[in-house]
Design a binder for this molecule. Structure first.
Ligand SMILES: Cc1cc2nc3c(=O)[nH]c(=O)nc-3n(C[C@H](O)[C@H](O)[C@H](O)COP(=O)(O)OP(=O)(O)OC[C@H]3O[C@@H](n4cnc5c(N)ncnc54)[C@H](O)[C@@H]3O)c2cc1C
Ligand code: FES
Length: 278
């Protein structure tokens, strides 16, 4: 059992969860993830480690409410416990001196890029942060990200910030303006990572993505997270989750993520009926 220290709604549909997990906090590195089970009857779901505090012994993730498990997680209270919280899992992101690194994040990826941006900044890289939100009130962790960024852009459909285009167009505009970018790191929904990878391809800028296939055990045993990268089979939980976005078989990933769509909808309807009866 792991104790919840904090659960807070950051913006509509996106929550932060801080869990007491001293051993995980000691070992966590940027780009790694945890697996959490919201209750005894629930499923195991992977969440990226968005921050950790070694002294307090805590690990923080930020999640978007999409289905049954994330709905359940959005209702857990501080001081309660979750039955499973394991990690850190996956290979850490590569933190090197690249030069200029552009980090592109959307939805939960805004938090997921934070520890990577911080570590790359500490390594002496110039950091350009580009965030994508549908509207200004969906932006969170702005101050944290600004603090580790040399340049900071927000693409918001309501034109509230610098630009309103969907993130790949803004990314291309930044590249075209002549900024020499040595590496792009994109984290968020699958479509965002796919389109960012497509946007950088013509410019030959290596683009790292954090793949989010369905996972079960998170230790390379079940095969649920199989992806194809550069024509080879990989298991995102142990070989990733970071991969070169230009080499990912995106069509296969989109298709495999939909495998349980009908069951997921049924599960959510069933859960809502039992928990919010009309
Ligand atoms: C390495 C990794 C890190 C992730 N980090 C985050 C994060 O920091 N924040 C966040 O909000 N989300 C993250 N995700 C996605 C998150 O795990 C899913 O949104 C979550 O499992 C959905 O569960 P659900 O029951 O609420 O929704 P469901 O109804 O089960 O599914 C809704 C959608 O989520 C996908 N999904 C379902 N089960 C899984 C699963 N076990 N693993 C991965 N995807 C699944 C499905 O393809 C579906 O499209 C990450 C996924 C991976 C693989
Ligand atoms: S989640 Fe089972 S092999 Fe990756």
């Amino acid at each position: 059992m792991a104790k919840i220290l904090q659960r807070e709604r950051l913006v509509p549909n996106i929550h932060l969860i801080e869990v007491h997990a001293p051993e995980i906090a000691q070992k966590s590195k940027p780009g790694q993830f945890v697996i959490i089970m919201p209750d005894e009857k629930g499923e195991r779901i992977p969440l990226t480690i968005a921050d950790w505090d070694k002294e307090k012994g805590s690990v923080t993730s930020v999640f978007m409410v999409v289905g049954t498990s994330t709905h359940k997680l959005s209702l857990v209270e501080a001081e309660s416990e979750v039955p499973v919280f394991v990690g850190p899992l996956g290979k850490p992101s590569e933190i090197k001196k690249y030069g200029t690194v552009l980090l592109a994040g959307g939805c939960f990826g805004i938090a997921a890029i934070y520890p990577i941006a911080r570590a790359l900044k500490e390594k002496g890289n110039k950091i350009i942060t580009l965030l994508d939100v549908k509207a200004n009130y969906l932006l969170y962790w702005e101050e944290r990200l600004r603090a580790v960024s040399d340049q900071f852009f927000v693409s918001s459909r309501d034109s509230y910030y610098n630009c309103k285009d969907y993130i790949p167009k803004t990314l291309q505009n930044i590249i075209k303006k002549g900024s020499k970018i040595n590496r792009v790191i994109s984290i968020g929904c699958t479509y965002l990572m796919y389109t960012c990878s497509e946007a950088t391809k013509p410019y030959g800028i290596e683009t790292s993505v954090s793949l989010n296939p369905i996972m079960v055990d998170g230790t390379g045993m079940c095969g649920a997270c199989r992806v194809t990268v550069d024509g080879r089979t990989k298991f995102a939980c142990v070989d990733g989750p970071d991969f070169n976005g230009h080499l990912v078989d995106w069509e296969e990933l989109f298709s495999r993520r939909k495998s349980y769509f009908d069951d997921e909808i049924q599960s959510l309807c069933h859960w809502e009926k039992n928990n919010f009866p009309r």
